[in-house]
Design a protein around this ligand. Structure first.
Ligand SMILES: [Zn+2]
Ligand SMILES: [Zn+2]
Length: 467
């Protein structure tokens, strides 16, 4: 059956309203790195590297890549033999909890946590208190990030005023103030008419809409996936279709309006099918999956007493998990994003039904995926690196790359080093990790973000500094 053309798409306005996406990143900066890293196994699918190389960083830029490179005076030499060097990871879905919830996380701790996880750029969500829905709020966050952020961070703004789902925020003005994208993450946009309008402003601003998809009429009262496990535990569940129906709806609306949407945290087969069908039709739709949805199912909830397994969308079935892995491989799911959602102990150490939704993820993202999916032969390491870096491109940020002349955005990881999650504490202010106590392979030793050493593992102190 051939599908009739829905609507002629009008040409886009010549210039989007905001500054180039790259200028939406804020960062406290620091002394430009002078480093010679020798004998690292460099894997960068974009630059075409997969082999042992030396990398010389001068003035925060990659000055040379090759073998037998000599350290210039004043450069620190790092013997990285047996270690891996990857382009910096980019996470477009992080809750930094500022303003208003600083007891959970703040700009300093959240970006420190990101650096400790090998990330060199992140996007902060807007469901703060108050929500980020005014140009002034964006400007003030950007100024604070210039003081506090260990790595470059861009800020999203809400789609609707106060995240109330009634009235659009001033999207054009927010884009001009430097909002990287629009999202009411934490809540869906229930009113389809408002979504349609948001898509029109999306086209005007050039900034994508990032969507948390759930139909509240179907999720209401639920605390986990609806299925055998929820029945056994006697906990209220909500079905996967609560997510998929909204994705299908918004894909159709995006198609009709010629708008661009990014669907957050896919959790189930029906959602993958809705995204695949939309991509097939040429809809401008991209999507992400979290490390926990790739590696855990509702079985992990066990006896239902540990609320660190409570998040939205919930952990679903093994069939869903397998489908998410396949979709990440095929590209139907574009990227891995953490949905790092810190909560204080008092919000988690309560009965499962009452606990806050969400888990931390920045410090475990790569090690979890590496341990459970790469070491086991399910995913190629280079594919994982691609899916951890490509989040940049979806939001028009420069993709970190290990190439001569590029700003130094990379991490150094010991794939053979094992560690126990939480044993040495977390860089994040919160400890609500669903991987707490797990032994993982893959230890981030160092992160260089925007040309500055942003993180160094305690066991990986400065080795040798030239004169
Ligand atoms: Zn969400
Ligand atoms: Zn989120």
């Amino acid at each position: 059956m051939t599908r009739p053309e829905l609507k002629l798409i009008e040409p886009l306005p010549p210039e989007p309203t905001g500054p180039p996406a790259e200028q939406c990143l804020s960062f406290r900066g620091g002394r430009p790195a002078e480093l010679l890293i020798t004998g690292a196994h460099v894997i960068d699918p974009n630059a075409g590297h997969d082999g042992v190389l030396d990398v010389l960083v001068r003035g925060g830029e990659i000055a040379e890549i090759g073998s037998g490179l000599k350290a210039p005076e004043g450069a620190e030499t790092i013997d990285a033999s047996g270690k891996h060097l990857f382009p910096g990871f980019v996470d477009p879905h992080v809750h930094l909890r500022t303003p208003g919830f600083e007891y959970k996380e703040n700009l300093e701790s959240g970006t420190r946590s990101a650096a400790a996880g090998g990330f060199t750029a992140i996007i902060a969500m807007a469901n703060t208190n108050p929500p980020v829905d005014s140009p002034g709020a964006i400007q003030s966050l950007r100024m604070r990030a210039q003081e506090d952020a260990h790595i470059p961070v861009a800020f999203s703004a809400t789609v609707t005023k106060g995240m109330k789902g009634k009235q659009l925020s001033e999207m054009a003005e927010l884009a001009e103030a430097g909002a990287i994208c629009f999202t009411d993450d934490g809540l869906p946009i229930v009113d389809a008419g408002l979504m349609r309008q948001a898509l029109q402003y999306q086209r005007l601003s050039g900034r994508p809409l990032a969507l948390h998809q759930e139909d509240p009429a179907l999720t209401r009262g639920g605390v986990m996936h609806e299925g055998r496990v929820s029945a056994e535990l006697g906990l209220a569940g909500y079905p996967p279709v609560s997510e998929s129906t909204y994705i299908a709806r918004d894909a159709l609306l995006a198609e009709y309006e010629g708008g661009r949407i990014h669907v957050q945290h896919l959790s189930c087969i029906g959602s993958i099918e809705a995204v695949a069908a939309a991509k097939e039709r040429g809809v401008q739709i991209t999507t992400e999956v979290t490390p926990h949805h790739l590696t855990l199912t509702d079985e992990a909830i066990g006896d239902g007493t540990d609320a660190n397994f409570k998040m939205n969308p919930p952990l679903r079935t093994e069939e869903d998990r397998q489908a998410l892995i396949a979709a990440l491989k095929s590209g139907v799911v574009d990227i891995i994003a953490t949905d790092h959602a810190p909560h204080a102990a008092h919000e988690k150490e309560v009965p499962f039904e009452l606990a806050a939704m969400g888990v931390t993820g920045l410090e475990t993202s790569f090690p979890v995926v590496y341990t459970d999916l790469v070491k086991t032969g399910v995913l190629d390491l280079s594919l994982v690196i691609d899916r951890l870096t490509k989040g940049a491109a979806l939001f028009e940020l420069p993709t970190p790359t290990v190439a001569k002349g590029a700003p130094a955005n990379f991490n150094l990881i010991d794939l053979d080093a094992t560690w126990v999650v939480g044993e040495e504490g977390y860089a994040s202010r919160s400890s609500n990790s669903c991987f707490a106590g797990r032994e993982l392979s893959g230890r981030v030793l160092m992160t260089v973000a925007a040309g500055v050493v942003a993180f160094r593992a305690r066991s990986f102190a400065m080795q040798e500094v030239g004169a």
